[in-house]
Design a protein around this ligand. Structure first.
Ligand code: 8DG
Ligand code: MG
Ligand code: MG
Length: 143
């Protein structure tokens, strides 16, 4: 019960890198970040590593298998009196580069697609958009 004992929420979000593109999905009317484009990801479960959470959420939401899962950065987002998100950003590659993302949770997501980083969807989830506009680049050897 958030009102009785507010606590930060820990999310893990994954930049899946394919060629020079990244996977985004458009969220449905969820309580947080409705109708914005976001990365695959979800809540860290008790006892889980960041890498385990990234692989699990990506599999649950897209059916994709990922490898080379690495920690990139974290953000601390105090969005309102009742919403405080700590987001752990990871990057990964497809285990099989030919594997196609599936929309496994159609109640939560309208679908997945690959986007060039300098052509990301207009309505990207706030904290993520801020990061990208600030020049954050999830690719290795990005200058
Ligand atoms: P779960 O029930 O499957 O564990 O979680 P979920 O339903 O998949 O959670 P989510 O809303 O997708 O993500 C968890 C938290 O992370 C949520 O508070 C929103 C936050 N979040 C960001 N940026 C991103 C992002 O780019 N992608 C995702 N999926 N979540 C993000 O702050
Ligand atoms: Mg999920
Ligand atoms: Mg999710």
């Amino acid at each position: 019960n958030r009102a009785m004992s507010p606590a930060p929420e820990i999310g893990v979000a994954v930049f899946i890198l394919k060629d020079n593109k990244v996977l985004f999905g458009r969220r449905r009317s969820l309580s947080i970040a409705a109708h914005t484009y976001a990365l695959p990801g979800g809540h860290l479960e008790f006892g889980e590593s960041f890498e385990e959470c990234a692989a699990r959420e990506v599999k649950e939401e897209t059916g994709l298998d990922i490898k080379n899962i690495e920690l990139l950065t974290a953000t601390n987002n105090i969005l309102s009196d009742t919403v405080h998100l700590v987001i752990i950003y990871m990057r990964a590659r497809l285990s099989d580069p030919d594997q196609i993302p599936q929309n496994i949770e159609p109640d939560k997501c309208e679908g997945w697609d690959w986007y060039d980083l300098n052509n990301v969807p207009e309505r990207t989830f706030g904290p993520l958009r801020a990061m990208l506009q600030g020049g954050f680049n999830p690719f290795p050897n990005a200058s």
